[in-house]
Design a protein around this ligand. Sequence first.
Ligand code: MN
Length: 365
Amino acid sequence: MKKAVCYVVPVLLCLLVGVVAGSLQTESLSEWYPTLTKAPLSPPAIVFPIAWTLLYICMGLSLGRVLIDGDKRFVTLWFLQLAVNFLWSIFFFYLRSPLAGLVDIVVLDLLVVLYVWGVRRQTPSAAWLFVPYLAWILFATYLNAYIYIKNPIEKEISVVLTMEDPMSSTKNQQTMTHTMPQLPYAMEALSPKMSRETLEYHYGKHLQTYIDNLNRLIVGTPYAAMPLDEIVCKADGAIFNNAAQTWNHTFFFDTLTPAQQAVPEKLAAALTKEFGSVEAFKEAFTQAAAGLFGSGWVWLAESPEGRLSIVAESNAGNPMTRGLKPLLAIDVWEHAYYIDCRNRRAEFIKNWWDLVDWRKVADRL
Ligand code: MN
């Protein structure tokens, strides 16, 4: 009975640490981590929670072995390495500092090696239970080091940005700093179709993050002096993702209005010509938006020949990259509707139709 407690309590403690660390990571995992340049051997995201659950169980069992027949001096070392392990989540994911994460994980490597070495004589099973964990954190050290080396450091960039004289930057155009677009309406104006809280998160936080990431990523690249639409058409990887999300959201928010409008005649005629009627267009567009798997955007776009089409794009996709002109867009990322509509994308699409600024759409034709 007492033996069981020696195993179960450390395992539960490890799993608890895992849950708390995981909850500190969620925001960074969706907003920051995907924008980083990662090592070629990075496993898919799903591998991490599975691996950590198994490793935490082994880690807890190892302490159980030491508590039962081992040298008790290593109990302190075990707790110390667990604390350093937890600190890594704070440094890397919560504070978003790959450098602090790297220092922390190197310390962790040393502590774990010491522990394995120390307990191996009296309780070899306790040492063996730590071997997969040691292998994993050595691998994680490589992943973390790669991210640190390949991604520009926040601090350096903020120095570059603050040292930049606004007068001279307009003259020599060395680095273009992308800024938040102004909303053409008040934050609560679209309520209840789109709440103030949704705008506070979607516009205030998500879009701000894309813009911050973009400004950080372009420093020292050929994209630093390029206008946003040119970056969208030329870049790929993280710079494309953040540039396109900046462009798409600016366009999306700009095409909303609290004043319900009829579809202007010129646009109605163009839609009728292509889709049969305005209603048929709305139906097809709604279907495309509801049916798009995962995150993405659905667009009404115009070809150079003046043909209109509905284009569904995953992730940050934008029809400009295929030579089409965007006229209208709906954001079907879950972050666009989870506050107001939870998981109900169809309800979000229905509300969004009532907010479309048709005059702006028609002006783009
Ligand atoms: Mn969005």
